[in-house]
Design a protein around this ligand. Structure first.
Ligand SMILES: [Zn+2]
Length: 326
């Protein structure tokens, strides 16, 4: 109900996708919907199945932030920002994120997240999977949609590494604890009282997504990736078993795709152990440079390509960037 604007809708495999908005601002709606279509196609390509009969973005302007549902997402949206150079990526990341949640969290979900008993707390250790990996995939789908270049992808991940590595909470709280404590602390890694002993799974989650992805790709000689884990979770737990997965099942499925133990990688989830970025980035032919500010001790990070790559590194990098997606 209301004074609504319907942007030009599009179909993917015969299924309609709409954007209906209140006060969306003024921008090139054709161009915007063309870009959005590419992002959604890239998201669908990861899972390989469209589970709804129609999908709708409900945009309420102006603002920023959203909430995901099975067949739609409701987003605060300010189309005027699309006219600002460089803001397209951020908006597409954001819409891609809310869209990808139709898979990851609404259908691919931790055991505790539904059906809900609204009389009780619903805590889970796995919000880093539901939110953190959705952040990781928002970058990948916008990149694979051709709307982001390599450097912008690296910058996004650097942003998460910087936020995590400069957060004093990283010595105190593991990623699984950050997930579990959201019920009492809120989602963005702040301690309600006293010194900052909390972290955000929106920062560490995508970093662990990248580490798992590169580890699986390296262990399988680029035959498998984190995408295979997401597809497996979707097919097995959502479609077949029609339930969520436990902490142990998530790790088991990652290991079954990787074909190796991921005990070392899951220590980054369950403990506060320092992350060895270089080892993992090297699997994809990448490196990381760290710069420490002498005055205040804050760290900066820069990801770039290795000068010499072997063919496996080259293949992993290209597949990850979406240039040769299997
Ligand atoms: Zn989210």
């Amino acid at each position: 109900m209301g004074d609504l604007v319907e942007l030009p809708s599009f179909k993917i495999k015969g299924i309609e996708h709409r954007f209906i908005a209140y006060n969306p601002g003024s921008f090139d709606t054709e161009e915007f919907m063309k870009s959005l279509k590419k992002v959604i196609e890239a998201g669908i390509n990861i899972i390989g199945d469209i589970p709804y009969k129609q999908y709708t973005f409900i945009g309420i302007g102006p603002g920023f932030g959203g909430i995901e549902h099975l067949n739609n997402s409701t987003v605060s949206f300010d189309g005027n920002r699309l006219n600002i150079k460089g803001s397209m990526n951020r908006i597409m990341n954001f819409l891609g994120h809310e869209y990808f949640h139709n898979y990851n969290v609404k259908r691919i979900r931790p055991y505790e997240l539904g059906p809900f008993d609204y009389d009780k707390e619903n805590r889970t250790n796995l919000l880093w999977v539901s939110e953190g990996l959705t952040v990781y995939y928002e970058y990948l789908i916008v990149k694979r949609a051709g709307l982001m270049n390599e450097n912008e992808l690296f910058n996004n991940l650097e942003g998460n590494i910087v936020a995590y590595e400069n957060d004093p909470g990283r010595s105190f709280q593991s990623l699984s604890q950050a997930s579990y404590n959201t019920w009492s602390d809120g989602p963005f890694g702040t301690s309600p009282k006293g010194p900052d002993k909390a972290i955000s799974y929106y920062d560490k989650g995508p970093v662990i997504g990248m580490i798992l992805d590169f580890t699986i790709r390296n262990a399988t000689r680029n035959r498998k990736s984190l995408d295979d884990v997401m597809r497996l979770l979707y097919q097995k737990y959502y479609k077949k078993l029609q339930r969520g997965f436990t902490d142990a099942e998530f790790m088991e499925e990652c290991e079954s795709v990787a074909g190796i133990s991921l005990a070392r990688e899951f220590e980054y989830v369950y403990t506060t152990q320092d992350i060895d970025y270089s080892d993992y980035l090297a699997y994809a032919g990448l490196k990381i440079d760290t710069e420490v500010n002498r005055e205040n001790g804050t760290k900066k990070f820069a990801i770039s390509k290795l000068e010499d790559m072997n063919s496996l590194q080259e293949n992993i990098l290209q597949a990850w960037l979406g240039k040769n997606v299997r």
